[in-house]
Design a protein around this ligand. Structure first.
Ligand SMILES: Cc1ncc(COP(=O)(O)O)c(C=O)c1O
Length: 442
C-alpha cells in the first residue's frame, strides 16, 4: 500500500468513532458495480449500497457521463426566481412515479433537508387554510429522520437527541413497532402489531387535541434504527386515523424509495397513499447529494393560492435546490432504474434474499432475522454490559473478509445494490455466516 500523503486529524467524521477510526482507518478509494476497492487494493462486496443509496450499483457509466456532461455545460444556476430544464424534467418524472396525486416536487440536498421541508410544508399548509393552531408534530420512537433539528425532534433515537437541548417544541412520539416476543423471525411484514397505530387516536390525539396536530411522520420501514418492518395493517390504520382527524401523514422514504422494498415506493408496497413523501439517496444513485419532497397537489394549491399573486408563496429553499449536477444525475438514475427494471428485479430477487438471510437463524447469538424487499435486519444478543460491541466486531471482521455490512447497536442491516446476483447473495451471506461463527468464541 502506498504511504498516505495526508493527515487524518482535521476531518471530523460524521456518526463515527473518530479516535478508533483514525487509529485504525478504513479507506475506500474506488468503486465499480457491486464492489468497493480499499486503499490497499482489496475488493469489498457492497452489502449496504453505500449508505442505502447506490441502488443501481457503483460508477454506472450512464450516470457518470450525465454528470460529466452537465458539469461542462452549466455548472450551476441560481435556484431562486430562476430555473433550468433539468429541474422541471426530473420533477415531471417524479410526479409520474409518485403514488396518488403527489405530483408536486420540492428539491432539497439531503434526506435531512427533505424532512425539515416536509414538516415546514405541513405547518404552512395548515396556516394557509386558517388552521395555524395545528402545530404539533408526531414522530415515532426509533424513527430516524436525519440530523437536522426538525428531524431529530420527530426522530426517536435517543443518542441522536441527548446532546442537543430541548429541540423543537410541541412534538410527541408514537411507540415503535419492534417486538421480538411476537414477531421474531418474521418473513416480510409481521402479522402482529397493527393495533399499535391506535395509540395515535387513543393517547396522542386526546392529549394534544385533534385540531392542534399538524402531521404524523414515519418511515414506512424504519431503516437506520435497525430494519423495523411495519406490521401488516399498521400503516393503513395510521392513514385512517389521520384522515379522521385532518392530520397530514408523511412517509419518510429516504431509504425505501426507488425499489428498496420492491415497488418504487414503500407506499405502493403497503398500498397507502400518504400526503407527502420525502426522498433522497437512490434518487441520484448516491452520486450527487439530492433530496426532494413529493407533495399532494391539494397541499401545493392551498399554499400557492393563499399568497397574493406575484408574491413568493413559500419562504423556503436552498442555494442548491435542484442543482444542475444533481438533476442530471437524477435523470440518468431514473432512466437506468426504468431501463433495467430495478424495481421488478428487487421484487424477483426478494424471495431468494429472504431465504438466504433466514439461513443465518442458527448462527450463534442471532435472536432475530427480519426482512422486507431487499433489506434485512439480523439482530444479535448484546454482550452483557457492552451493547453494540458484538455487532461492531462482526462489521470489522466482515470488512477484513471483503464484505461491507452496516450495524446499528447490535443489529446488522443488509441492503445490497439491487443489481446483486444470486451468487453474490450467497457470497454475502456465506461471509457473514463465517464471521458470526467466529464471534461464538468471543
Ligand atoms: C429515513 C431517513 N430519513 C432521513 C435521512 C437523512 O438523510 P441524509 O443523511 O441525506 O440527510 C435518512 C438517512 O439515512 C433516513 O434513513
Amino acid at each position: 500500500m502506498p504511504p498516505r500523503d495526508y493527515p487524518l486529524e482535521s476531518y471530523w467524521m460524521p456518526f463515527t468513532a473518530n479516535r478508533a477510526f483514525k487509529a485504525s482507518p478504513r479507506l475506500l478509494v474506488g468503486a465499480q458495480g457491486m464492489h468497493y476497492v480499499t486503499e490497499d487494493g482489496r475488493e469489498v462486496l457492497d452489502g449496504t449500497a453505500g449508505l442505502w443509496c447506490v441502488n443501481a450499483g457503483h460508477c454506472r457509466p450512464q450516470i457518470v457521463e450525465a454528470i460529466r456532461k452537465q458539469a461542462g455545460t452549466m455548472d450551476y444556476s441560481p435556484a431562486f426566481q430562476m430555473g433550468h430544464p433539468g429541474a422541471f424534467r426530473v420533477a415531471a418524472r417524479l410526479a409520474q412515479l409518485a403514488p396518488g396525486d403527489l405530483d408536486r416536487v420540492f428539491y432539497t440536498n439531503s434526506g435531512s433537508e427533505a424532512v425539515d421541508t416536509a414538516l415546514k410544508i405541513a405547518l404552512a399548509y395548515h396556516r394557509a387554510r386558517g388552521q395555524s393552531q395545528r402545530s404539533v408534530l408526531i414522530g415515532r420512537e426509533r424513527g430516524y429522520h436525519g440530523a437536522g433539528f426538525g428531524g431529530i425532534s420527530v426522530g426517536g433515537i435517543p443518542a441522536n437527541r441527548k446532546a442537543f437541548g430541548s429541540l423543537l417544541p410541541r412534538v410527541d412520539h408514537l411507540a415503535h413497532t419492534h417486538n421480538l416476543e411476537h414477531n421474531a423471525f418474521s418473513r416480510g411484514q409481521p402479522a402482529w402489531g397493527a393495533h399499535l397505530a391506535d395509540e395515535l387516536e387513543s393517547r396522542i390525539i386526546p392529549l394534544h387535541g385533534a385540531t392542534h396536530i399538524a402531521a404524523v411522520i414515519v418511515e414506512p420501514m424504519a431503516g437506520s434504527a435497525g430494519v423495523l418492518v411495519p406490521p401488516k395493517g399498521y400503516l393503513e390504520r395510521l392513514r385512517q386515523i389521520c384522515d379522521r382527524h385532518g392530520l397530514l401523514l408523511i412517509f419518510d422514504e429516504v431509504i425505501t424509495g426507488f425499489g428498496r422494498v420492491g415497488p418504487c415506493f414503500a407506499a405502493e408496497a403497503v398500498q397507502v397513499v400518504p400526503d407527502m413523501i420525502t426522498i433522497a439517496k437512490g434518487l441520484t444513485n448516491g452520486t450527487v447529494p439530492m433530496g426532494a419532497v413529493l407533495v399532494r397537489r391539494g397541499i401545493y394549491d392551498t399554499i400557492i393560492d393563499s399568497a397574493p399573486p406575484g408574491t413568493i408563496e413559500l419562504f423556503h429553499g436552498y442555494t442548491y435546490s435542484g442543482h444542475p449536477l444533481a438533476t442530471a444525475a437524477a435523470e440518468a438514475s431514473l432512466s437506468l432504474f426504468e431501463e433495467e427494471g430495478l424495481s421488478q428485479r428487487a421484487q424477483d430477487l426478494a424471495p431468494y434474499f429472504q431465504e438466504a438471510v433466514h439461513s443465518l437463524r442458527e448462527m450463534p447469538h442471532v435472536i432475530d432475522i427480519r426482512n422486507m424487499g431487499m433489506v434485512a435486519g439480523i439482530e444479535l444478543e448484546p454482550k452483557p454490559g457492552r451493547p453494540a460491541e458484538r455487532a461492531f466486531k462482526t462489521y470489522l471482521k466482515c470488512f477484513e473478509k471483503g464484505l461491507l455490512i452496516r450495524t446499528t447497536g447490535d443489529i446488522i442491516a443488509l441492503s445490497p445494490p439491487l443489481i446483486i446476483s444470486k451468487p453474490q447473495i450467497d457470497e454475502l451471506v456465506g461471509t457473514l455466516a463465517s464471521v458470526l461463527r467466529e464471534t461464538d468464541r468471543d
